[in-house]
Design a protein around this ligand. Structure first.
Ligand SMILES: Cc1cc2nc3c(=O)[nH]c(=O)nc-3n(C[C@H](O)[C@H](O)[C@H](O)COP(=O)(O)OP(=O)(O)OC[C@H]3O[C@@H](n4cnc5c(N)ncnc54)[C@H](O)[C@@H]3O)c2cc1C
Length: 495
């Protein structure tokens, strides 16, 4: 993985930088010891590792601001980090960069049920928000499978999704306000407790910006009332094509389930061996459909979905009769990644999105790629929204297998784009999909995106080497070419 060449001058100044940062933060909040730095050398994409120059662990917005201002003044690169569960290498450190860990900003500042929102610091874990409001009957809807560990700041930066995002939306649909610190140390606020804000949608710009535009230091999230009833249906199918057709038929019938997930045979077996969720082991594909709402609506929809999955060839069908049974059905799906980790020394989790109706064809072509690269693949998807998570199984200790897994993964993502989909559904671009960005965007598109980056971070100090395949100097992109005294597009207003 090619990263921006480390600045040897910055590396040589490590001791001075550490001492100066320790003046801005409590000394224990600055880590410089090479052994202690090892803990930060990768995120959830463990194939890539790099010890950072330094780690800082601020406790307040003011401390985040002081660290950023110092780094900007000294032209030091900064990599923001939440819990480090990113699967796209977004929090991968740089040899000449400071990791800015947000883990100490971990307080729930306010629960405001009258405005149906909570104000939290970025290091609060996703699940902690729902736990804090559970007794009042509320919850925070986006539920990444990593929700016991990942932070809300990381969720904002990745615009994370989860199994219930089909009906309730991704992180971006569940945010009301953000406090962000810019690279020069300036603290800005976007949105608030109200539903919409005037001016440009800068909260939208910040959401999913992967730590490249600013550091999120406070998040106001929407809270939802827990549905009166939730029931899950698990159906086994003789083929992925039939399960895929059932997904299309449910959506086509105008039903938006709370979640609709699919797993293929290898994933079913791995999950069943791990959590014993009573999945049908003779099935080639498994569909979990959750319906929620008032009991009467839920029962009506369950009847409709049951008819649809039967009509599409389901060979087994079970509906949860209790909350414990519903949670057990989900436990298998939520543990699918670690379960696959038990059957292969390493796996590479991909994340692409396709139009739902292309699913059978994409699965077929993935099976062909699996033969070509001689690597197994287990498939877990958010089927309702066409978000695929193929897990490419490999052994990093076998020479060449990581490279084969990377090529296999890249071909899967190219396939997603080819059939009209996109490179990422929820895990972000990071370093993992960075070099594939030109598969989806023209040079002009990418230049426009980098211009936006330059508006926030002109020296490109925040998380460089992520998302964009090439680094342009901002001045280069801002340059206007004037030929023979003639301005390009003279009709456009200039300012
Ligand atoms: C087992 C497993 C299951 C997963 N399941 C899902 C899933 O279902 N859905 C899903 O969407 N993702 C999933 N993920 C991926 C990951 O959990 C999410 O991307 C998550 O949002 C990352 O949060 P984090 O706190 O760990 O952030 P990190 O990994 O620390 O950072 C992720 C990115 O956000 C930036 N960042 C972090 N905090 C801030 C901040 N405060 N301000 C600015 N930038 C910041 C970092 O620079 C980096 O680019 C899964 C990961 C694992 C390991």
């Amino acid at each position: 993985m090619l990263m921006p060449a480390p600045d040897t001058n910055t590396i040589a100044q490590k001791a001075r930088l550490a001492a100066a940062l320790a003046e801005l933060l409590p000394p224990e909040s600055v880590i410089a010891d090479p052994i202690a730095l090892k803990a930060y050398e990768s995120d959830g994409l463990t194939a890539y590792r790099q010890s950072p120059l330094l780690v800082t662990l601020p406790r307040t917005t003011a401390e985040v601001s002081a660290v950023l201002r110092f780094c900007a003044e000294n032209k030091v690169k900064v990599v923001p980090r939440g819990a480090g569960t990113s699967l796209s290498g977004g929090a991968l450190p740089l040899a000449d960069g400071v990791v800015l860990g947000l883990g100490k900003l971990n307080k729930i500042l306010e629960i405001d049920l009258e405005n149906r929102c909570a104000v939290v610091q970025p290091g609060v874990q996703n699940l902690a928000i729902s736990n804090a409001v559970a007794t009042a009957g509320f919850y925070y809807a986006p539920d990444p499978s990593s929700q016991i560990a990942c932070t809300i700041g990381g969720n904002v930066a990745e615009n994370s999704g989860g199994v219930h995002c089909l009906k309730y939306g991704l992180t971006t649909n569940n945010l009301l306000g953000l406090e962000v610190v810019l690279i020069n140390g300036e603290v800005v606020r976007f949105g608030g407790k109200h539903l919409d804000a005037g001016g440009y949608d800068l909260m939208g710009v910040m959401t999913g910006s992967e730590g490249l535009l600013g550091v999120v230091t406070e998040v106001t999230v929407r809270l939802l009332k827990r549905p009166e009833t939730a029931r899950a249906l698990v159906a086994g199918f003789p083929s992925s094509e039939q399960a895929g057709a059932a997904v299309a038929a449910v959506i086509g019938a105008g039903i938006i389930p709370a979640g609709m997930e699919m797993m293929d045979r290898p994933a079913i077996h791995a999950a069943e061996d791990f959590v014993h969720a009573d999945y049908p082991l003779d099935a080639e594909a498994l569909l979990i459909v959750e319906l929620d709402g008032p009991a009467v609506e839920c029962n009506h929809l369950l009847t409709s979905v049951t008819e649809i999955v039967r009509a599409n060839g389901a060979t087994s069908l079970r509906v949860s009769e209790s909350e414990a049974e519903r949670l057990k059905i989900w436990a298998g799906r939520k543990a699918a990644f670690p379960a696959v980790g038990r059957i292969s020394p390493d796996y590479y989790c991909m994340d692409g999105t396709i139009p739902r109706r292309r699913l059978p064809e994409v699965l077929q072509r993935m099976a062909e790629l699996s033969k070509k690269y001689e690597l197994r693949v287990a498939n877990v998807f958010h089927a309702g929204d066409g978000n695929l998570h193929p897990l490419v199984l490999y052994d990093a200790n076998k020479p060449g297998e990581l490279e084969r897994a990377e090529h296999f993964g890249a071909d899967i993502l190219r396939l997603c784009v080819e059939v009209g989909g996109v490179l990422t559904g929820e895990h972000g671009v990071g370093v993992e999909k960075r070099d594939l960005m030109p598969e989806m965007f023209t040079e002009l598109d990418l230049d426009q995106q980098i211009r936006l980056k330059c508006a926030f971070d002109p020296d490109q100090l925040l998380n460089p080497g992520k998302v964009f395949p090439n680094l342009h100097r901002c001045a280069e992109l801002g340059r206007m070419h004037v030929r023979g005294g003639a301005l390009p597009h003279p009709e456009l207003p200039r300012f």
